[in-house]
Design a protein around this ligand. Structure first.
Ligand code: GLU
Length: 515
């Protein structure tokens, strides 16, 4: 994952791009860089470290220019250092590119280019793609846009790329497959971003670019094309996020803010759906496919990371309340094997961002085999939401913290509602138990608030154990999945080794680790 930003218009690009990169820093933070158009010449500044390190290294250098692109990197190819930071220059030094994703056949392309005498300044797959495009442009004597289109037909992998070049001083050329790209439409200006956060204070009108689409973005023009060079009509949508939702509101970190938002986000997730008094759950997307879900041979849950843990909880809940067979799959494994999917299988795809590349590819595959895809996502209008037949949003608001917190509990809330609804419709759940569980679910926001009111007690526990080198999280039933999620959080946030285990498994080996 990484964050990309672009601006072309009448304002100065640098402050907009830098601010945008800070908002996207959750997506990547091992290095950052920016490329600016300055008098028909592209200048690049880049630096290992955070966006603030980049700013510091730029110091008082000349950063004027009304067209620019920026990148915060989370390295996949080549160590995080100044040399591998984006943007990259093409061999001729005329084109600058930033890239979010992975070019899977970069080694093959690189060896072709090496045999033609190309040399590389970085270890990235990105520079290979860029030189491959430039090679096509030179050989065919064509425009950059045309060269990009030809190149992308040979590229496998996932990408969002943005390019600027000497010949088109106010133009940003973009393409997308498998990674997210949003374009903000302003007056005589356009904004580009991995999500909408860099453009929120300037415009609420956005276009979500789809896979296999190319965008030629100028201050006063946005041209969208497919790889067949046919023009497409950009579908402009109105954003419903407010700026305040992506700011820290007095907390030191986004993650802390998001943890404390949970009573509200769980409430928002249940609101308008769960009616404990009348005993109803309203979820139109699920209702629409209720028949197929009830009669499904099995439900396959596809997700990654924290969402996968939510899926594991859902497996236990759905099997218990609905008596439907459930399997939980890592999207990255599912997509790279040859899974058995039958017509009528129901897939539940869970993803906070709705852009998780592995999950997206996995559901596209399943769709071609006739499965029904239901998306449980947080970001409205995201790729997984659009690729699904139906689904339910988690309504947790933007999650900026790198480690998922409020999105996880919102996912659990949605999954619980789905299980209750289906279990009840199927008749697998008695009226009494259904009503009881609705009431319990309704009380969760209140209980979450009660726990958060005891943050000091939690802090005291953390203080006591903070120097331990290894942690084992144990749980049974629903709490087994929670143990896995707890261990993941500790690893991700504290860099301390942690593992989650089913409680009774301890005696089958791992207990040897306890000192
Ligand atoms: N594959 C590219 C690199 O390693 C981009 C990684 C990213 O998405 O940040 O440089």
């Amino acid at each position: 994952m990484c964050g990309i930003v672009g601006y072309t218009g009448t304002k100065q690009a640098y402050p907009i791009v830098i601010k945008g990169l800070k908002r996207l820093e959750y997506r990547g933070y091992d290095s950052a860089g920016i490329a600016l158009q300055q008098n028909n010449h592209v200048t690049i500044y880049k630096k290992k470290g955070k966006v603030s390190d980049l700013e510091e290294s730029i110091g008082t250098a000349n950063v004027t220019g009304t067209t620019g692109i920026g990148h915060t990197r989370w390295a996949t190819h080549g160590e995080p250092n100044d040399r591998n930071a984006h943007p990259h220059f093409s061999s001729s030094g005329k084109i600058a590119m930033i890239h979010n994703g992975i070019i899977e056949n970069y080694l093959q392309l690189k060896s072709e280019l090496l045999s033609k005498g190309y040399t590389f300044k970085s270890d990235t797959d990105t520079e290979v793609l860029l030189n491959f495009i430039e090679e096509i442009k030179t050989n065919n004597n064509c425009s950059l846009e045309e060269a990009l289109r030809i190149a992308l037909k040979r590229v496998t992998g996932a990408y969002v790329i943005l390019m600027i070049d000497n010949e088109n001083p106010d133009t940003i050329i973009a393409a997308r497959k498998g990674s997210p790209l949003v374009i903000g439409v302003g007056k005589n200006e356009h904004f580009l971003g991995s999500d909408a956060s860099p453009m929120l204070e300037y415009t609420k009108e956005v276009v979500y670019v789809n896979d296999y689409e190319l965008a030629i973005v100028k201050p006063d023009e946005l041209i969208l094309k497919n790889l067949g060079n046919e023009k497409l009509t950009p579908y402009v949508q109105k954003l419903d996020i407010e700026l305040a939702a992506i700011e820290k509101s007095g907390y030191n970190h986004f993650m802390l803010k998001e943890i404390f938002e949970q009573p509200t986000t769980i409430f928002d997730c249940l609101r308008g759906r769960l009616d404990a008094i009348n005993g109803t759950i309203t979820m139109s997307g699920i209702q629409q496919y209720a028949e197929q879900i009830i009669n499904a041979n099995r439900i396959i849950i596809i997700a990654c990371g924290t969402s996968w843990h939510a899926g594991l909880v859902a497996e236990y809940i759905i099997e218990e309340l609905c008596r439907i067979n459930v399997e939980v799959e890592y999207a990255s494994e599912f997509r790279y094997r040859n899974p058995i999917i039958n017509e009528g299988d129901v897939i539940l795809a869970i993803s906070q961002s709705g852009e998780t590349a592995d999950t997206l590819v996995a559901i596209e595959n399943a769709k071609t085999k006739g499965a029904i895809i239901l998306g449980i996502v947080n970001v409205v209008g995201s790729s997984i939401a659009r690729a699904s037949h139906a689904g339910a949003y988690t309504h947790a608001g933007p999650e900026i913290g790198v480690a998922s917190t409020k999105a996880f509990t919102a996912q659990l809330s949605v999954l619980m509602m789905i299980a209750l609804k289906i279990g009840y419709l199927k008749g697998a759940l008695s009226e009494k138990r259904y009503r009881h569980l609705l009431k319990e679910l309704d009380m969760v926001p209140e209980k979450a608030a009660w726990i958060l009111n005891h943050a000091d007690a939690i802090k005291a526990i953390a203080e006591k154990y903070k120097d331990a080198g290894d942690f084992l999280y144990l749980g049974r039933g629903y709490n087994f999945a929670i143990a896995l999620e707890g261990a993941l959080k500790l690893k991700e946030i504290s860099y301390i080794h942690a593992e989650g285990y089913p409680a009774a498994e301890m005696k089958h080996g791992p207990i040897a680790l306890v000192d």
